[in-house]
Design a protein around this ligand. Structure first.
Ligand code: TYD
Ligand code: MG
Length: 474
């Protein structure tokens, strides 16, 4: 497959002639180009992010591109019916969580970006995946760590593979030379910010270099049908060229997130040309690498002796996967003028809205209370079906009345204090039943769609938030 591939063909087509170089200013956050320095980026609005970079004039490239396209076969648009449907091929990555977020496995020729803060475990994840793929030839290019460091990490993972090749290199020309000799089926680049191409004079990590190196990798991926993984750092202050520029170029963007001090890590799809973007993969960071968590609900509900006030369980769905998550609230009288509202793993604005609903529609005096809200396991929840569990948790803490730990909740709360229907209600109910819950509270507008009539779990449906409070707290 790689027989006709050479480095020259990659870079020469991208930049044919090393024409006289000039400089331009680039926003290091989003890649916006400007002829002069600007204080604020007109594209992404960030301040003080412009840096001067040497760029190569691209005139030669454009001419070459035109000549090439006129030389190639005649251009003809087709109707959808004319296009033959080729069976989609997927390469099993062995790691089931990774397969899930990629939409069913690796796609040949796809360029996948894995972003995340330093130290979250990106290198560990990709090393582990590479070592698991024993039947595929994997080339792991590291520009960050020495061979010894990678060896030590592999020792920790207690895994090895005869088909796994390591290259510590940052120059794309040398990388393509190594690719020619290794002929890998999968390539991993750790990280794209450390790579540099001799086609550009700017330093590694600058927007120009990141774009150029990713462009070369993309060309290689597409022409040889090899899946390529790019690891990219995100820093909070955006000092390194953030993967934002890359997001447009790559096929799939995976975000590796989680609290570094907690063991759980979530791999989230934020862009995917080959599958859904709402899938998540869950891992646990152990001393021996990342463990796939195939039944996340069990770990997201803490073990405790008996019910505790302020603690409720919400039946959420992430992607196609039901997740029962524990929510904890602490409500206490505010000691300063402005009460604090501090959510972790939940949207601040949404919390403010729910507090306003509790105040206005249900008559609770929230204005004088500090509210702290926490989603178990450091997980970020965006599913609106968690609303009801959040409201119950807040009131449970405020009134010091515990809710039975055999009850879970799944409904969205509207501005009128009404309970709104949520999607995939049957999946939520089955998951709750599987985990041994005895009751689930849902919206009455969802009741029609409930198929699990024979379920052992009792399903309680209500139209208003106040009705739920009456039922639970009397
Ligand atoms: P790493 O993969 O180096 O992060 P990144 O590439 O995203 O910067 O992960 C580093 C962290 O993971 C580090 O703090 C140590 C921890 N770790 C474990 O807890 N167990 C392990 O088996 C390994 C390899 C790393
Ligand atoms: Mg790393």
């Amino acid at each position: 497959m790689l027989a006709h591939f050479s480095y020259q063909s990659y870079t020469c087509l991208l930049f044919t002639a090393l024409a006289k170089s000039k400089t331009s200013f680039f926003c290091q956050s989003c890649g916006y180009e400007s002829a002069k320095w600007l204080g604020k980026c007109p594209s992404c609005g960030s301040w003080n992010t412009f840096a001067e970079e040497v760029i190569v004039k691209e005139e030669g490239q454009k001419i070459e591109w035109r000549q090439e396209s006129t030389r190639s076969k005649p251009v003809k648009a087709k109707t959808l019916d004319d296009i033959e449907f080729a069976q989609e091929i997927r390469i099993n990555s062995i790691d089931q969580e990774l397969n899930r977020v990629l939409g069913g496995g690796m796609v040949p020729g796809s360029l996948v970006l894995i972003g995340g803060e330093p130290g979250i475990g990106k290198s560990t994840l990709m090393l582990q995946v590479g070592l698991l793929l024993k039947t595929q030839r994997v080339l792991y290019v590291s520009g960050e760590e020495s061979e010894q460091q990678i060896k030590m990490r592999a020792e920790r993972l207690k895994s090895s593979s005869k088909n796994f090749f390591i290259l510590t290199e940052t120059n794309t020309k040398n990388i393509f030379l190594a690719i020619e000799s290794v002929q890998p089926n999968v390539v991993i680049i750790d990280s794209i910010q450390t790579m540099h191409s001799i086609q550009l004079e700017s330093a590694a990590g600058s927007i120009g270099q990141v774009r150029q190196c990713a462009g070369e990798m993309m060309k290689f991926a597409k022409e040889t049908d090899t899946p390529v993984f790019l690891i990219g750092h995100i820093t909070k202050d955006g000092l390194l060229a953030g993967p934002k520029v890359l997001e447009h170029m790559v096929d799939t963007v995976l975000q590796f997130e989680g609290d570094r001090h907690l063991a759980y890590r979530i791999l989230r799809t934020t862009k995917n040309r080959f599958g859904s973007t709402s899938e998540i993969g869950i891992y646990e960071m152990l001393g021996t690498g990342l463990r796939e968590v195939s039944n996340p609900s069990e770990i997201l509900i803490s073990q405790k002796d008996g019910p505790l006030s302020g603690v409720t369980i919400g039946a959420t769905i992430e992607g196609n996967r039901p997740l029962l998550i524990e929510i904890q609230s602490l409500v206490s009288p505010a000691s300063y003028g402005t009460p604090q509202r501090t959510p972790t793993g939940f949207d601040q604005k949404r919390l403010n809205m729910l507090l306003a609903v509790l105040e206005k529609r249900c008559g609770f005096r929230m204005g004088t209370q500090d509210v702290f809200l926490n989603m178990a396991g450091g997980i970020k929840v965006e599913d609106p079906a968690i609303d009801l569990a959040v409201c119950i948790s807040i009131i449970s803490s405020m009134e010091e009345i515990a809710v039975s730990d055999k009850i879970c909740f799944a409904a969205e709360v509207g501005l009128g204090g009404e309970l709104r229907a949520v999607n995939k209600i049957n999946q939520r109910i089955s998951e709750a039943e599987k985990l041994g819950f005895q009751e689930i509270y849902i919206s009455k507008y969802n009741h029609k769609g409930v198929e699990v009539k024979k379920a052992e779990i009792s399903i309680k449906s209500f139209g208003k938030l106040t009705e739920v409070f009456e039922d639970l707290f009397g």
